[in-house]
Each structure stands twice: as structure tokens, then as C-alpha cells.
Design a binder for this molecule. Structure first.
Ligand code: IPE
Ligand code: MG
Length: 215
């Protein structure tokens, strides 16, 4: 989800207004994915590198996350959406960590879409933590064991990766899990991303032939 800040600036607004608008897009896209039967939607909400932003913006994002979980819980439940967080949550305030855990717990029985938010997430951090778990438990380092120690252990590999805002890079996101993902890059800023554009991308995705290294 990229382009909140640029979108806001172009509207003559503060960057924070872009994040607020971006949160609305999260809800729209999530509800749409639940409706059309997608099983997993993972959204990059806050990266391990985002702490380097100005203090006020980081504080705003933390407050926005707290508000988001409180307002979204009924939306998750109404739409049978299970929520899961990935990333190193220990860097967040106790309050935010508790809201995240509570949201996971209260939606754990939902069987429709699983919405995963990547929070204080970075792939290098995730892989490093996974390898630490393996050595701590004296387990052999192999692909199967690494996979099972990632935050995404219970989540299938990525089929389709979309990045908004015109940047064509991956920025430390799900590096292990996107090994065979199809990629889409759109110039649309995240606050302006619509379910119609998502549907267009999905129909394009369906036309792609995925060979997973075979022929
Ligand atoms: C993405 O939008 C939202 C977060 C990373 C929280 P940006 O804040 O990166 O927006 P731009 O890239 O500055 O436009
Ligand atoms: Mg950005």
C-alpha cells in the first residue's frame, strides 16, 4: 500500500490525511476480497524501516492503527474475516500489542478471508528471527524448517503481489514467500485504489500462465 503521502500532498493536505484515506481503502479492498472469495489478503501496513519517519508521523500511524482495530472488529466479524498480524510486534506499545492480540483472538473462528497485516514487518528481520528459532531448538536448517518458523508458517505462498503508487520495487516484503508470485505495479496511489482496479488486475492475473519453474 504505497502513495498515501504523495496523494495527500497533491490534494494540498497533510501526509497524515493520506494515511487516514488509505485506511478507508484497506476496508473497501478487504471487504471486496472477502466477498469475491479470496482466501488470503496480506497488506504491508508498517515496515521495520518506517520507524525512520518523522516522530509525529510515526505517532500518528500508531494511533491510527489503534483506532483501526477498534473500528474494524465488527467489520471483520460481519464479513467472517479472520485477522492475523505478521512482523515483530514487540516494538509496539503494550496497548497496541494487546489490541492486535485481542483482534486475532476474537476473529480466530472466522472461516472466510484471512486478512494479514504486516506490522513492523521486514523480510530480513522475519528470516533472521526464523533462523534464530531453528538454532535455539536445535533444528536442521532446511527449506521446510525455515518455512515453518516464518511468521507466515500457516499461510500459503503469495500468488499475486500488487504495489501501488508507481514504485517498482519490493522493499523487504515477503521475500521468501514471493518466490513464484505474479507481480503487478500500478501508478495509482493507495488512497485512490479501487475494487474495480483490483478486479482488472485479477482478470489479468487469471490469464497468466504460471509454470513454477516447469515448462
Ligand atoms: C504508504 O504510503 C503507507 C505507509 C507506509 C504507512 P507512504 O506514506 O509511503 O506514501 P508516499 O510513498 O510518501 O507517497
Ligand atoms: Mg512510500
Amino acid at each position: 500500500m504505497d502513495g498515501n503521502g504523495r496523494w495527500a500532498k497533491e490534494q494540498g493536505l497533510r501526509r497524515t490525511a493520506g494515511h487516514e484515506e488509505g485506511a478507508k481503502t484497506v476496508r473497501k479492498v478487504t471487504e471486496h476480497c472477502a466477498k469475491i472469495g479470496i482466501k488470503y489478503l496480506t497488506l504491508y501496513a508498517f515496515s521495520t524501516e518506517n520507524w525512520s519517519r518523522p516522530k509525529l508521523e510515526v505517532e500518528f500511524l500508531m494511533k491510527l492503527l489503534e483506532k483501526y482495530f477498534i473500528s474494524e472488529l465488527p467489520v471483520y466479524l460481519q464479513n467472517n474475516i479472520r485477522f492475523k498480524a505478521i512482523g515483530d510486534l514487540s516494538k509496539f506499545s503494550k496497548k497496541l500489542q494487546e489490541i492486535i492480540k485481542k483482534t486475532e483472538k476474537e476473529t480466530e473462528k472466522c472461516t472466510g478471508l484471512t486478512q494479514i497485516l504486516a506490522l513492523n514487518y521486514g523480510s530480513r528481520n522475519e528470516i533472521t528471527r526464523a533462523l534464530k528459532k531453528l538454532t535455539l531448538n536445535n533444528l536442521e536448517i532446511n527449506e521446510h524448517n525455515i518455512q515453518n518458523c516464518l511468521d507466515t508458517a500457516t499461510i500459503p505462498d503469495v500468488d499475486l503481489l500488487i504495489r501501488t503508487s508507481g514504485e517498482v520495487r519490493v522493499s523487504n516484503y515477503l521475500l521468501w514467500q514471493i518466490a513464484y508470485a505474479e507481480m503487478f505495479f500500478t501508478k495509482t496511489y493507495w488512497p485512490e485504489f479501487t475494487t474495480h482496479e483490483l478486479d482488472d488486475i485479477l482478470s489479468d492475473y487469471k490469464k497468466r500462465e504460471r509454470r513454477f519453474g516447469g515448462i
